[in-house]
Write a protein that binds this ligand. Structure first.
Ligand code: HEM
Length: 332
């Protein structure tokens, strides 16, 4: 599998809280990703790369610890379930470079060594079979609890389904399978609308003011890709609040600090009144994210544009002074 793609969405030197939707697709419809290392345009939803094993290990641990803290459904219609699951199975297989297949009924993963028939309408898993495979030891005997759970366990990406009532226009988060959350609890978000989901985000007011146009675009005019970035002080993918130690954040240490980038995609299903939202975290050691003086300058400049409220929201208050010193030394 290829090495994880390197994205540096901080290269413009500004931290912004905005929709930042880029059209995802080939040819004229596609926009190159300016902060992707090779500047290429993208077409994929799912990214199977060299860090796949880490996702399997982390997702399995979360699943065993307490799946219900990460995954659930809220008023998800069978039509939207079919649309989102069918798209996920088909596209995950297509984006897997041959490691996974989907024939319309059975999803098979040659890396993990399991396959199952999926009931897309009611979300069931039937006829689960396990077989020898390179990562069968990691997969072990874990029982998937439904079709969304099974597909989510095969993908590096986290999955969420947004629904909208065509009569009232009200939107809500209708399903989550988010096993690598960045310091938020999926249970606080399930069933809630876009504005409520984003209410803790410092500086989200202007974005929230455009919510109905945003949800229109997501359901009717995608697919889109967008990027979010921050600094993480450890290498864990799963930062569910229930797993975090209370108390002071760790002091800044360049050897254990990472730039965490989330690549997120949005694919709409207008006839089913909803959309699939995928979240794919990347964790780059600082030395990887910042390889040139220009990159160090851009990251330092972007961090300096955060308001105090944003620094707190992003968990950076304690480490920012020392992180900036470290970056400024490399910016020369
Ligand atoms: C058009 C689609 C969306 C846009 C434009 C959007 C935008 C944003 C932005 C700008 C942030 C702040 C990022 C930062 O930390 O710097 C954010 C955070 C967040 N978004 Fe979204 N988002 C979208 C869809 C969703 C969906 C469907 C979910 C549902 C899972 C979601 C869940 C979250 C959560 C949980 C946070 C962090 C909030 C917290 O700390 O509790 N977003 N989003």
């Amino acid at each position: 599998m290829p090495a994880p793609t390197v994205y540096r969405p901080f290269l413009n030197g500004v931290y912004t809280v905005s929709a930042g939707l880029l059209r995802l697709g080939a040819g004229l419809a596609g926009q190159p990703i300016p902060w992707r290392e090779d500047g290429a345009a993208e077409t994929h939803t799912f990214a199977l790369e060299g860090d796949y094993k880490r996702f399997v290990v982390s997702k399995w641990a979360a699943h065993r610890r307490a799946l219900h803290e990460y995954a659930g459904e809220a008023n998800l219609s069978p039509e939207l379930r079919v649309a989102a699951l069918e798209f996920t199975a088909r596209t995950l297989a297509a984006d897997s470079g041959g490691a996974m297949t989907w024939d319309g009924q059975t999803f098979r993963n040659e890396l993990l060594g399991w396959k199952a028939r999926l009931d897309l309408r009611w979300g069931g898993v039937q006829d689960l079979r396990r077989f020898g495979a390179p990562l069968a030891g990691l997969r072990a005997d874990l029982e998937p609890l439904g079709a969304l759970d099974f597909l989510g366990l095969n993908a590096p990406e986290d999955l969420a389904i947004i629904a909208r009532d065509p009569q009232t226009g009200r939107d809500w988060l209708a399903a989550t399978h988010v096993l690598s959350p960045e310091r938020w609890d999926p249970r606080d978000k399930l069933g809630r609308d876009f504005v409520a989901v984003h209410s803790p985000v410092a500086g989200a007011g202007p974005m929230n003011a455009t919510v109905s146009r945003l949800v229109d675009a997501v359901i009717g005019r995608g697919p889109f890709v967008r990027f979010v970035w921050g600094i993480a002080l450890d290498y864990w993918l799963d930062h569910h609040p229930a797993t975090l130690e209370p108390g002071e954040a760790a002091p800044f240490d360049p050897d254990t600090a990472f730039v965490r980038v989330e690549r997120q995609t949005l694919t709409g299903f207008p006839a089913a009144h909803g959309a699939l939202f995928t979240i794919r975290p990347y964790l780059y050691p600082l030395e990887v994210a910042v390889q040139t003086p220009a990159q160090a300058r851009a990251l330092a400049a972007a961090l300096r544009t955060m308001t105090p409220g944003q620094q707190i929201y992003k968990g950076l208050r304690g480490i920012l002074p020392n992180l900036l010193i470290w970056l400024d030394e490399r910016a020369l």
